[in-house]
Design a protein around this ligand. Structure first.
Ligand code: URA
Length: 209
C-alpha cells in the first residue's frame, strides 16, 4: 500500500521488543511509547516543506531554512494517543495539540464522538493524528472524518503497531492519509486485539490493567 510507511530502524526494533513483553512495567512501557513516537515523527516530518530565511550568526549573515507555514498540530485520540504526545513534543515543541475523544457503542459497534477541541486554522496546518494501535481502524477512520469536518486537509497518522485489516480499512476510507507505523503485525484476533501485539496500550500506559 503506497501510503503505508513502516519505519525500519534498529532502535525501534529494540524498543518494540520491550513494549511487547508483558513483564515490562507501566513506567517503562510509557517511556518507550514516547520514545518510539519521537522516532516515528522524525520520519514523518522528513519532507515537511521549508522556507528560506536570512539570519545573522555571530560571524556573518546567512540563509537558513525553517518549517513553512503555521505550527503543526498533534491530535491524540483519547486516551491511549496521549501516551505518544510527550515524545513528539520533544522534537516538535512548537506544535499545537488538539484532542479527539471517541468510544465504540457496545451494541452498534459504531464510533461515537464525545469530545473534540482543535486549534484554529486547522485547514492550514499539518496534522499528526496519533493513536498507538491501528486495529480494526474504526476509531481512526472516525477521527479522520472529524478532522476533515473541522477543515484538516493534510493529515498523517502515526501508530506504534498496525495490522493488515486496519491499514486496509483506513486507507480504503482515507487514501490521502499517510500511515507511519513501527511495525505491521500479523492480524487481528476475534476480540479485535492485534496479534502478536502488546495487549491494551491504554491500560499499559496508564496502569489500569
Ligand atoms: N487496542 C489496543 O490497545 N490493543 C490492541 O491490540 C487493539 C486495540
Amino acid at each position: 500500500m503506497s501510503n503505508l510507511y513502516i519505519v525500519e530502524h534498529s532502535l525501534i526494533k529494540h524498543k518494540l521488543a520491550y513494549i511487547r513483553d508483558k513483564k515490562t512495567t507501566n513506567k517503562d512501557f510509557r517511556e518507550l511509547i514516547a520514545e518510539i513516537a519521537l522516532l516515528l515523527v522524525y520520519e514523518a516530518t522528513r519532507k515537511l516543506p521549508v522556507v528560506k530565511k536570512t539570519i545573522e550568526t555571530p560571524i556573518t549573515e546567512t540563509e537558513v531554512e525553517i518549517i513553512e507555514g503555521r505550527k503543526p498540530v498533534i491530535v491524540p485520540i483519547l486516551r491511549a494517543g496521549l501516551g505518544m504526545v510527550e515524545g513528539i513534543l520533544k522534537v516538535m515543541p512548537m506544535a499545537k495539540i488538539g484532542h479527539i475523544g471517541i468510544y465504540r457503542d457496545k451494541e452498534t459497534f459504531e464510533a461515537v464522538e464525545y469530545y473534540c477541541k482543535m486549534p484554529d486554522y486547522l485547514n492550514e496546518r499539518q496534522v499528526f493524528l496519533v493513536d498507538p494501535m491501528l486495529a480494526s481502524g474504526v476509531s481512526v477512520k472516525a477521527a479522520v472524518d472529524i478532522l476533515k469536518k473541522n477543515g484538516a486537509n493534510n493529515i498523517k497518522y502515526l501508530c506504534i503497531l498496525s495490522c493488515p485489516e486496519g491499514v486496509k480499512f483506513l486507507s480504503d476510507a482515507h487514501p490521502d492519509v499517510d500511515i507511519y507505523t513501527a511495525c505491521l503485525d500479523e492480524r487481528l484476533n476475534e476480540k479485535k486485539y492485534i496479534i502478536p501485539g502488546l495487549g491494551d496500550a491504554g491500560d499499559r500506559i496508564f496502569g489500569t490493567i
